[in-house]
Structures are given as structure tokens and as C-alpha cells.
Design a protein around this ligand. Structure first.
Ligand code: ATP
Length: 347
């Protein structure tokens, strides 16, 4: 199922939760909607689901108008953060629910329902829990039940809103890997809402980065990480160090000193130079306009980072740079910094 969102705007009173959003999700893809709290991710998911209607714009499923259809008619499966399992039903009956409430031609005979539920329980690897009630399950097990229940109606679209948000880090990681494998086995187009960049980058085929009701960038995990289209995306995904620069006469300056770096097409005026800490090398302070004093060196597993307080008229800016193995840096040492890769954006 291909999902087209075309020029969708949704206001709550005067506030635009979604502002002219357009996006195509291809058949069989797993797309993550990633952004800070309040950026409009859930609103977009709910509009795709049919739980909310836009003020303007279109939603198309395989080219057909989805807005004319109710939630039921859209044939979508949902999993939410707070597993809405039926407490008085055991796991088997929770998963069977969507099949049992069917009416008319789609209604399956009891034997077919039992077969389908057993299949789903083994797919999500919880067949041994069939007789248990939700209160007797761990959070991770409940989310597996929720997923099996969502899949019971054989949806063409699976919508996941922070499905692992309430789980501890270890279980989250495990379920994330498992969901990725499961998605590959199923003929389903999935949309996952998350504010966790690691989750989005690890799980999704493409990541949609949202901020303030707009799409900032759509790309593969590698693209949004290595080639952020906006300063917002750079800041939001991965670690960022930011230098307050300026473009003057087509050259880039920091604290009034020319940097010899490419302004990347940014027009004259204030600019932000953004880089990943591991893309910044330590250098001789006389060889670069970016220099300062080491405050401390910290170890992150196999890598070490120095916090460097920049000198000059840039104000109290502290940046992190990767420290090569074998290099000793006492606090107070003067060092230079050379970004190997960086992005320049108008400030
Ligand atoms: P979170 O990660 O916190 O769930 P989100 O990116 O999913 O955030 P949305 O839930 O889509 O964000 O909300 C977008 C904006 O719209 C927020 O500012 C929110 O307060 C507002 N909003 C959402 N639903 C309603 C509503 N029913 N009435 C009024 N405002 C709403």
C-alpha cells in the first residue's frame, strides 16, 4: 500500500500542528516519523489512521482518497505506547478480538480464527503465553500481544506510535531488532512515530524528521545523519558541535578571523558552522583560527573526547573533539581544532 499525504494542514484553534505536510510512503517501507515532542508526529499518524481529519489536504491509499473512509474501512493496524489490551481477556482472546467482531462476508469460522491466532502468536513468539492475562505479562510481552492483535486483521498499513516508549532500554533494543525482522516478513507498509533518534535510525528504511508541524527532511538513516538538510536536523540527530560564524564577502569567519573553510553557498551574514565531534580533529593552535583551552578529557568506551573552551571573541563556547589514542592532554593545554566535515547554515 502506497500512502500519499498531500499538502495536509491541521490546526487546533489557531495553532498549526501540521503545516502543509506532503509525504509519500512506498509500499512495504518502514518509515519513522522522528521529531521532538509537539512536532506533529502523532497528529500525522492519526490522520493517516482516520482518527483525525485534516483541515485541508489529501491522504491517498494506493491513489484512492482515504479521507472518505472511516478507520475501519482503511484496514490499518495500530500499536500504541500504552498497550490498550483488554484486561479481562487472555492473550489468545485479545489477539482474536479483531477477527471475532467481524461481520458479514469477512467473518471467519471458529476453526479458522483459532488457526490464524495461533499463527500470529508464534509469529510474535509468544504462543506459550496464550492463556495468560495482560496483568501476568511483562511490558515487552504485552507489546508483542498488541502487535499480534494489530496484525490479526491482515492490515496493509501498520501504524506504531512510540510502541516501545514505556519499556526499559534493554527490552526496547531487543524488540526493535525483532520488529525490523518481522517487518521484512510481512507484506505491510509501516509508519512508526518516535522521538528516539537511535530507534528511528536503526529501524527505518527512511526517516522523516519533523519540527514545528513541518517536514525538515526525508531520507535514509545515513542521509539524515551524514547530510542533514537543515540546522534543525543536524542538531536533532546525532551529536553536534556548533560554532557561531559569519560569512563576509563570500568567506567564513569565526570571531573576526578567517577560517579558510567553505561557506557552502551561505549568503553574507551570521552563520552556524555545525559538525559531529568525531569529524573535528585536534591540531596545532597556530595552524587554525579555531583554538582554545582544554577543560577536561572524557572517555566514552573506546573513544575519548576533549571539552575545549574556545578563545577569542566568540564568547564562552565549549566544543567537543575526538582525542586520538595515545595523546595526553592535560587540562589547560592550548589546542587548535580542524573540522574535517562540517555544514554551514545561515543563522
Ligand atoms: P509527542 O512526541 O509529545 O507525542 P508529537 O510530535 O506527536 O509529540 P502531536 O501529538 O502531533 O506531537 O502534537 C502536535 C501539537 O498539536 C502539539 O503542540 C499538541 O499540543 C497539539 N495538539 C495535538 N492534539 C491536540 C488536540 N486534540 N487539541 C489541541 N491541541 C492538540
Amino acid at each position: 500500500m502506497t500512502i500519499d499525504v498531500v499538502g495536509v494542514t491541521k490546526r487546533f484553534k489557531t495553532f498549526a500542528a501540521l503545516d502543509n505536510v506532503s509525504l509519500t510512503i512506498r509500499t512495504g517501507e518502514l518509515v519513522a516519523l522522528l521529531g521532538p515532542s509537539g512536532s506533529g508526529k502523532t497528529t500525522l499518524l492519526r490522520i493517516i489512521a482516520g482518527l483525525e481529519w485534516p483541515d485541508s489536504g489529501e491522504v491517498r491509499f494506493d491513489g484512492e482518497d482515504a479521507l472518505a473512509r472511516s478507520v475501519r474501512e482503511r484496514n490499518v493496524g495500530f500499536v500504541f505506547q500504552h498497550y490498550a489490551l483488554f484486561r479481562h481477556m487472555n492473550v489468545f482472546e485479545n489477539v482474536a478480538f479483531g477477527l471475532r467482531v467481524r461481520r458479514g462476508a469477512g467473518k471467519l469460522p471458529e476453526a479458522a480464527i483459532r488457526e490464524k491466532v495461533n499463527e500470529l502468536l508464534s509469529l510474535v513468539q509468544i504462543d506459550w503465553l496464550a492463556e495468560r492475562y495482560p496483568a501476568q505479562l511483562s511490558g515487552g510481552q504485552r507489546q508483542r500481544v498488541a502487535l499480534a492483535r494489530a496484525l490479526a486483521i491482515s492490515p496493509k498499513v501498520l501504524l506504531l506510535d512510540e510502541p516501545f516508549g514505556a519499556l526499559d532500554a534493554k527490552v526496547r533494543k531487543e524488540l526493535r531488532r525483532w520488529l525490523r525482522h518481522l517487518h521484512e516478513e510481512l507484506p505491510v507498509t509501516s509508519v512508526l512515530v518516535t522521538h528516539d533518534q537511535e530507534e528511528a535510525l536503526e529501524l527505518a528504511d527512511r526517516v522523516v524528521v519533523m519540527g514545528h508541524g513541518k517536514i525538515e527532511q526525508v531520507g535514509s538513516p545515513g542521509e539524515v545523519y551524514d547530510n542533514p538538510a537543515t540546522a534543525f536536523v543536524h542538531d536533532f540527530i546525532g551529536e553536534t558541535i556548533a560554532l557561531p560564524g559569519e560569512v563576509k564577502g563570500g568567506a567564513l569567519y569565526l570571531g573576526g578571523r578567517p577560517l579558510g573553510l567553505d561557506p557552502q553557498g551561505v549568503a553574507d551574514g551570521p552563520a552556524r558552522i555545525l559538525a559531529r565531534p568525531h569529524d573535528v580533529d585536534l591540531a596545532d593552535p597556530s595552524s587554525t583560527a579555531i583554538s582554545g583551552k582544554v577543560l577536561s578529557v572524557r572517555t566514552f568506551g573506546p573513544t575519548r573526547r576533549a571539552d575545549v573552551e574556545l578563545s577569542g571573541s566568540t564568547g564562552p563556547v565549549i566544543v567537543e573533539a575526538a582525542v586520538p589514542h595515545g595523546q595526553d592532554l592535560a587540562p589547560g593545554t592550548q589546542v587548535g581544532l580542524k573540522p574535517r566535515r562540517y555544514k554551514v547554515f545561515a543563522a
